[in-house]
Design a protein around this ligand. Structure first.
Ligand SMILES: *[C@@H]1O[C@H](CO)[C@@H](O)[C@H](O)[C@H]1NC(C)=O
Ligand SMILES: *[C@@H]1O[C@H](CO)[C@@H](O)[C@H](O)[C@H]1NC(C)=O
Ligand SMILES: *[C@@H]1O[C@H](CO)[C@@H](O)[C@H](O)[C@H]1NC(C)=O
Ligand SMILES: *[C@@H]1O[C@H](CO)[C@@H](O)[C@H](O)[C@H]1NC(C)=O
Length: 375
């Protein structure tokens, strides 16, 4: 799994700065930078820091054919909308980061075995986890493109043209420059779904089930972003009297999208193909999933041991919490295999002083803490 080194370090920095982990992360990263990325998914765009700026700088057609991981249809879209590519990459990256945040205390931490394609083939199987990664990446793309429109970064869209909400008080102005969710939604649908729509499979085959699953989860991700967007307003008027307000459409904080999709993950529906080649729920005592729900077709492994074919990395070497009874506790995280104890150096802020006016100045203190790592 390749991810920005800053991210890995940040994850540790909060509580524990185990130098050996960060060094591991850095070498891990640098070794991938030299490997040509043979990706099988557009997500990999997000993880190839070298290629994204190139799209922008070179701006020439051959680039789209060189970008690893694009399907034929996506390459065409890339040529037509070159200025969008950077935002697609950023959006997918935001999605992956959020995924890693949401799953930081889980056995599956949003990393995969498939080292060459980063997030590429995620996992071979159509598990709940796979469902989550599709939805959050699609959500990330809607988010990034909608915002890029508002910021005037794209030639084919601008501020949102969403209609004034009916319940907005009469004397408030509608018309600040809003995030263009309609455009972001449509473009993300076109681009992200393109590769699924191109797949050739037999009706009723496993591939066809996976394609329906992926399309469903992409849609759920996009809708979540769309739905969480809200009206935001700013006050004008004499010395903050707020007699006048200007309002616009505003994307939600992406953490909220992550939280919402995590809930959808917890309640995801297990699906199978019926005889007519349609995805249907396995257990029909439950309400059928809506367009906002996640669906999966394969059971998840327990992610305890490494298994290439399910995409499980295993939990050996993971940090765990000795006193927690949750998923991050050593018992569950290490699957009962036990753990090793280390002393690690933690750097934290301390002796903080308030200075007039107005800032806080802290010292950096180092202390030694116990750290637990799964066997
Ligand atoms: C990636 O995985 C393949 C096999 O799955 C392995 O041969 C290769 O050494 C790995 N590359 C890195 C950089 O770990
Ligand atoms: C990996 O998982 C598959 C599917 O669950 C299983 O059939 C296989 O035996 C596993 N392989 C290893 C090495 O555990
Ligand atoms: C996730 O777990 C794997 C396997 O234990 C580990 O190598 C990787 O660094 C972890 N990733 C993050 C983002 O914590
Ligand atoms: C470990 O878990 C306990 C109980 O949930 C919690 O209070 C503590 O902050 C956790 N420690 C770390 C280092 O995260």
């Amino acid at each position: 799994m390749l991810l920005p080194q800053g991210l890995i370090c940040a994850a540790f920095r909060r509580s524990i700065m185990a130098s050996r982990h960060c060094i591991f992360a850095i070498t891990f990263l640098s070794c991938f930078m030299q490997v040509p990325v043979e990706a099988s998914s557009w997500w990999s765009l997000a993880m190839n820091p070298v290629q994204i700026p190139e799209v922008y700088i070179i701006g020439a057609q051959p680039l789209c054919s060189q970008l690893a991981g694009l399907s034929q249809g996506q390459k065409k879209l890339c040529q037509l909308y070159q200025d969008h590519m950077q935002y697609i990459g950023e959006g997918a990256k935001t999605g992956i980061k959020e995924c890693q945040y949401q799953f930081r205390h889980r056995r599956w931490n949003c990393s995969t075995v498939d080292n060459t394609s980063v997030f590429g083939r995620v996992m071979q199987i159509g598990s709940r986890e796979t469902a989550f990664t599709y939805s959050i990446s699609a959500a990330g793309v809607v988010n990034a493109v909608s915002r890029a429109c508002r910021e005037g970064e794209l030639s084919t869209c601008g501020c949102s043209r969403a209609a004034r909400p009916k319940d907005l008080p009469r004397d408030w102005l509608w018309g600040g420059c809003g995030d263009n969710l309609d455009y972001g939604f449509r473009f993300a649908k076109e681009f992200v779904d393109a590769r699924e729509r191109e797949k050739i499979y037999q009706k009723g085959s496993y591939e066809s089930a996976r394609t329906s699953m992926n399309l469903h989860n992409n849609e759920a991700g996009r809708r979540t972003v769309y739905d969480l967007a809200h009206v935001s307003c700013k006050c004008h008027g004499v010395s903050g009297s707020c007699s006048l307000k200007t309002c616009w459409l505003q994307l939600a904080d992406f953490r909220k999208v992550g939280d919402a999709l995590k809930e959808k993950y917890d309640s995801a529906a297990s699906m199978k193909l019926n005889t007519r080649g349609k995805l249907v729920q396995v257990n029909n005592r439950f309400n059928p999933p809506t367009n906002y729900d996640l669906v999966y077709v394969d059971q998840s492994p327990d992610y305890c041991v490494r298994n290439e074919s399910t995409g499980s990395l295993g939990t050996q070497g993971r940090l765990c919490n000795k006193t927690s009874e949750g998923m991050d506790g050593c018992e569950l995280m290490c699957c009962g295999r036990g753990y090793d104890q280390f002393k690690a150096q933690v750097v934290e802020r301390c002796h903080c002083k308030f200075h007039w006016c107005c800032y806080v100045k802290c010292k950096r203190c180092t202390k030694i803490v116990d750290q637990f790592v799964c066997k």
